[in-house]
Design a protein around this ligand. Structure first.
Ligand code: NAI
Length: 338
């Protein structure tokens, strides 16, 4: 089977890790016609906007995209392309599996978490203004429609993937109305899934429990802002941002991307770890029901990481992005019995 998939290489380390991932997917024999599109700063230069219409049309047509990171200026400039894309395509669920990987040494063993983050509202609604000079108001939007929808997504995912427990994370002791509504939705939806255990934690305590005993958690369900922060914390539990994948899913389209950003501190040096985007592409292949190819790449990646011969710097090695990609390709060729 051949696929047409939208590709956003992104900027910073995006094009570097994307090239590595495309090489590995091709080596696994998956036939993809990639429709390349720019977003963010490169798109402004060519199209005058951060999210050009041909890009959005391509994703709507193909229903699946693989995306590298896109830079958002801090404290000024244009609004986040990532947030914009999620809103435009109503990609309401952000799914981030966090697992220990073979050969990646961390302080913890047995981490196997799935993070489900609401992707469309909360403080990311982008509603903020200067009330009077020196005073800014940022609006946190929480609706029962979006909260019910993400809770249902999480419970359906739990059922389909053999997960047993969902923990909602909130600050409803302080934000009794906003976070209270999110928690109330989760509790109500939980009643429809008696086979899945449900509990909740206040976000600050959840962070402490996560860094002390992460293996006690199974799935986390969070509003947008806590989801963003806690998923980076969880990435740190299993080896950092270079190894954690993600998917943005809606009813009509899915965009797969790593948790990390454009890493300006290492961009252009060819040393970024492509593992996070590669694992995101495996989520994409499973979404396309290409499980055999996903299994083969996952096994090859596992062998490459475990042997520790060719690793990028974030994992203690000296290899470049493409040297690591070539090692995974060699493992793919060798197959499991080597
Ligand atoms: P970042 O994730 O780009 O970098 C944080 C740290 O992790 C840096 O030290 C970086 O070198 C390291 N790192 C990240 N990915 C790595 C990889 N694959 N291999 C090795 N090391 C890696 O976060 P930062 O610096 O806060 O954000 C930079 C830019 O990226 C900002 O403009 C931000 O808005 C954007 N961003 C974009 C995202 C997206 O497109 N989905 C997600 C997060 C941030």
């Amino acid at each position: 089977m051949s696929y047409r998939i939208t590709l956003i290489p992104g900027d910073g380390i995006g094009p570097e890790v994307t090239e590595a991932v495309l090489r590995i997917i091709a080596a696994a024999g998956v036939d993809v016609d990639w429709e390349r599109h720019e977003a963010g700063i490169p798109a402004i230069k060519r199209h005058g906007v951060t999210l050009p219409k041909p890009l959005l049309d391509s994703i709507i047509r193909n229903r699946v995209a693989l995306k590298g990171p896109v830079t958002t200026p801090v404290g000024e400039g244009f609004t986040s392309v990532n947030v914009g894309l999620r809103k435009e395509l109503d990609l309401y669920a952000n799914l981030r599996p966090v697992r220990n990987l073979p050969g990646v040494r961390t302080r913890f063993d047995g981490v196997d978490l799935v993070i489900v983050r609401e992707n469309t509202e909360d403080l990311y609604a982008g509603l903020e203004h200067v009330v009077v000079p020196g005073v800014v108001e940022s609006l946190k939007i929480i609706s029962s429609r979006a909260s019910d929808r993400i809770a249902n997504f999480a419970f359906r995912h739990a059922r389909e993937h053999g997960r047993r427990r969902i923990t909602a994370v909130h600050k409803a002791n302080i934000m009794k109305l906003g976070d209270g509504l999110f928690l109330h939705s989760a509790r109500r939806v939980a009643l429809d899934y008696p086979d899945i255990k449900f509990d909740d934690r206040i976000v600050d305590a959840a962070c402490m429990h996560l860094v002390m005993k992460p293996e006690q958690f199974d799935m986390l369900l969070l509003p947008n802002l806590y989801g963003d922060i806690v998923s980076d914390l969880c990435a740190g539990l299993v080896g950092g941002l270079g190894v954690v994948p993600g998917g943005n899913l809606g009813d009509f389209a899915a965009v797969f991307e790593a948790v990390h950003g454009s890493a300006p501190d290492i961009a252009g040096q060819g040393i970024a770890n492509p593992t996070a985007l590669l694992l995101s592409s495996l989520m994409m292949l499973r979404h396309l029901k290409e499980d055999a190819a996903a299994d083969a790449i996952k096994a090859a990646l596992g062998r490459a990481l475990e042997s520790r011969h060719v690793l990028t710097r974030d994992l203690g090695g000296t290899a470049s992005t493409l040297e690591f990609a070539d090692e995974v390709c060699r493992e793919l060729e060798r197959g499991p019995s080597a």
